[in-house]
Design a protein around this ligand. Sequence first.
Ligand SMILES: Nc1nc2c(ncn2[C@@H]2O[C@H](COP(=O)(O)OP(=O)(O)O)[C@@H](O)[C@H]2O)c(=O)[nH]1
Ligand SMILES: [Mg+2]
Length: 320
Amino acid sequence: MYNVQYLPRKRIPIVIVGLEFAGKSSFVLRLQTGEFGKTLPTTGLDTEMLEIQGTLFQLFDLGGQERFREMFWEEYVKLSQGIVFMIDASDLEKLDVSVEWLWKCLEWNPEAPLMILANKADLTHMELPKLIDKVKLRNLPHQSPTRSFQIFEISVKTGLNIYRALNWFSQKITISMSKKYIKIEGIYLFLRSGMPIASHLFMNQPKSAMDNDIVPGFLNAIDEIARGMMGATEGLDSLIAENYSIVIVKKKTLLCAIIVDNKSDLSLARMVAESVVDHLEKTFPQELNKYQTNGRYLFPKNFLVYYLQQEFQDQVGIST
Ligand SMILES: Nc1nc2c(ncn2[C@@H]2O[C@H](COP(=O)(O)OP(=O)(O)O)[C@@H](O)[C@H]2O)c(=O)[nH]1
Ligand SMILES: [Mg+2]
């Protein structure tokens, strides 16, 4: 049996976007410290952990300047299970640009619950009904009929409505997440050097052949992607084939590729791959070395299956 204590918990990725100076970092700081404090302009992105009602969230606080919008927003909005969009409701001049980017985000991710925060309610600001018109919020159900969304007037400075908003948001994310499901057909792990350390193909596996060469095409594709990504910076990728999708997550020392069937939710598949890598990197190399013989690794399928069942329960199915 594996010790669950050492398994890091899954984290639900959520993104905070909005133009620079809207108050995003002040918001994150307030959630962490309970106070309104000084922030520096965010260069690139900051990531923070946050626990709300027993659920662990990973917050990506993205820089709001134009070059960061271009550089980061799309990728992180796509991989998030919830979107917080912050507007400086006291700055009417920036509103049009803000709304333009809000709608880009909504197109990038048509499912995730959306919480719009009209911040700086302590200053002279635009009233909510007007703001709702301005951001064209009434059009949203046409664009994404299943998305939950809400707008809150808040003040990070005084604390107005912050916890009301957060409770709404975490509830909606929990509901939307619980509907997601993936069926894993295969899971692959590589060292950053490109060396494979685990390759388990679960789909239609003949009982005799544990040998994965039965689907060489798949393996070649994964191998190539893996190699292609080794040199690049940390990142994520996916490949969508006719019947399957492959989601790839690459971190400091490891790369994980998960094959899921085409009904699976890709954002959940990413979360799962991230969890596996996070877990192994934390215990790396001790954990891995247990499974090394003659310089080759054979990371046991049971370990991965056990881990996935602990963390994701019936949201993750394993093809047998
Ligand atoms: N009056 C007022 N100022 C705020 C509020 N929230 C943030 N600010 C200020 O707005 C500025 C930008 O905040 P920051 O969190 O760095 O914005 P970011 O670029 O969106 O991360 C800072 O000077 C904050 O102190 C608020 O609710 N009321
Ligand atoms: Mg910031």
